[in-house]
Design a protein around this ligand. Structure first.
Ligand SMILES: [Zn+2]
Length: 512
């Protein structure tokens, strides 16, 4: 048994309520084989475990490691040539993206996440060609990368059964394209087809391969309503119940998706999922920007979780998610960086600030986000949306010892008035350069700007070398296809959604 005693100026063990962090001054965590054995004052725990290996962070705040509850890729779409279009166009604009080894790609974003205090990620994989073997091989590389760098990953492969490019059947959309793009796009989309049974098999195989793994767990992900059939959704729900794993599902990310749900079901997407019986605490809705007030009540009543992807919602013109209403209803909320945050990276400390400030709706009420509330979303709330559940997210006995140490003195230098509560000042002033150390399962995976298991410079150099080569013939052909198809995708959505017919209930301005 290995006992580790880690002390800090302040230990924030969790969040009691949206105004109150649980803070221990001169605190410490005692961990045994990566699991927290005790949390308390340093002096008390030192007496309890005199044999423990001691590490002290005298100027630092220790927080539970952050959970990035919605993540997809390493190199960002912008890096790979796709600007911030509206979501529906952005899918089309990503067709030309370069291919990159997924082990390296996964490390690329893992560096950014860990360096900003993220210890667990919900990795939602998908959108691959090549059938079961290719997807299984790719998933294996993603999972290997997280294990190699020492980060926790809740992995899912997004199930897409239909409507792969726009909100209608692939065949119907392709049939309207001029030659040769009709056949080329049809072939491209067909290559992404996966028999439903293979999605289930992939989950089973990956679950068996990761049985007993401490860093990686497998869960399920219906990709979105338009991508799934009702039969598929029900089957995924049954699978998740039988395997006791959560599901993460993009939903109502855009107004166009709200309209899609109305056309397909005659009701809202949330009402439809509720009628199918697939909502509940095991289900997390990614984005949820366009939930109606009634939808929010259904989400709250069923205990369904929501993942707030604040940066992504801005970048892809999705809109402003009604976070303050979700919070008021007591919904469990996680925080996701999605493809990339507002600064074009995966910086959770930046995302905390954004989410804190975006929802400061006009008025003098108490319903705008608080720093403890935002930290809870990025820790315990997010944890509940992953396959790790309540084994992470707080620093308390029995949970895994995943923590971030932030250098308080450096973050607030040269002065911080103590009238501002510590956590409020920390959330608003600490930046990723103030992250001094990151622990996952009691092991230091990052300290003083260096990763302890993987050489970041070597990985980045390898990525640069690979992408310095010219596009392969397959990449050239896919780029041509993407550029040719893009205007047709735009045309598909002409008049699809009438913004004037939708009255906002979450206001930041008024016309009169
Ligand atoms: Zn997403």
């Amino acid at each position: 048994m290995t006992d580790v005693l880690v002390g800090a100026k302040w230990v924030v063990s969790g969040i009691q309520d949206r105004h109150t962090p649980v803070v221990i001054e001169d605190g410490a965590v005692l961990a045994r084989d990566g699991v927290i054995a005790a949390v308390g004052s340093f002096a008390e725990l030192e007496r309890l475990a005199p044999q423990a290996t001691v590490k002290r962070h005298p100027n630092h705040v220790m927080l539970p490691g952050f959970v990035n509850s919605h993540h997809h890729v390493g190199l960002t779409p912008l890096q790979l040539g796709s600007p911030d279009h509206a979501l529906e166009l952005w899918f089309a604009s990503r067709l030309p993206a370069r291919r990159i080894d997924l082990y390296l790609d996964t490390l690329y974003s893992a560096f950014e996440m860990i360096a900003s205090g993220v210890t667990t990620v919900q990795h939602i994989h998908g959108w691959m060609a090549g059938g079961f073997d290719a997807i299984h091989g790719a998933a294996t590389k993603v999972l290997e990368a997280y294990r190699a760098i020492g980060m926790r990953a809740s992995y899912c492969y997004a199930v897409r059964e239909q409507n792969r490019l726009v909100y209608e059947a692939d065949e119907e959309f392709c049939a309207r394209l001029p030659a040769p793009w009709n056949e080329r796009l049809a072939a491209h989309l067909k290559a992404q087809q996966v028999p439903f049974a293979d999605y289930m098999k992939l989950f089973d195989v990956l679950t068996a391969e990761n049985a007993g793994a401490t860093l990686t767990r497998i869960q399920l992900a219906p990709a979105n309503l338009h991508w799934c059939t009702d039969d598929g959704l029900v089957a995924l729900h049954e699978k998740s119940r039988a395997a006791k794993v959560p599901m993460h599902m993009h939903l109502l990310e855009t107004a166009y998706q709200k309209e899609y749900a109305r056309r397909r079901t005659g009701k809202t997407a949330v009402r439809h999922l509720h009628d199918l019986g697939v909502l509940g605490p095991h289900m997390t809705l990614g984005h949820g920007v366009w939930l109606t007030e009634e939808d929010i009540d259904i989400v709250a009543d069923t205990g369904t979780c929501i993942c707030h992807n604040c940066s992504s919602n801005f970048r892809l013109r999705s809109g402003l998610a009604p976070l303050n209403v979700w919070e008021k209803k007591g919904i469990t909320i996680g925080m996701g960086l999605d493809e990339a945050g507002i600064n074009e990276d995966r910086d959770m400390l930046q995302e905390l600030k954004l989410a804190l400030r975006v929802h400061r709706t006009p008025g003098m009420d108490d319903e705008v986000p608080t720093a403890p509330q935002i930290v809870r979303m990025a820790t315990e709330g997010g944890a509940k949306t992953t396959a790790f559940g309540d084994s992470i997210g707080r620093l308390e006995q029995g949970r895994l010892f995943d923590a971030v140490l932030i250098d308080w003195n450096a973050a607030v230098y040269p002065f911080q008035d103590p009238d501002i509560p510590m956590l409020d000042a920390l959330v608003q002033r600490a930046k990723s350069q103030h992250v001094a150390a990151v622990y996952v399962g009691g092991d230091i995976v990052y300290a003083d700007g260096r990763f302890t298991r993987i050489n970041r410079d070597e990985v980045l150099a390898e990525v640069a070398d690979i992408l310095a080569k010219p596009r392969t013939p397959e990449e050239v052909a896919r780029r041509e296809l993407g550029l040719a198809v893009f205007p047709h995708v735009k045309q598909f959505y002409d008049g699809y959604f009438d913004a004037a017919a939708h009255t906002p209930f979450y206001r930041t301005s008024t016309r009169s």
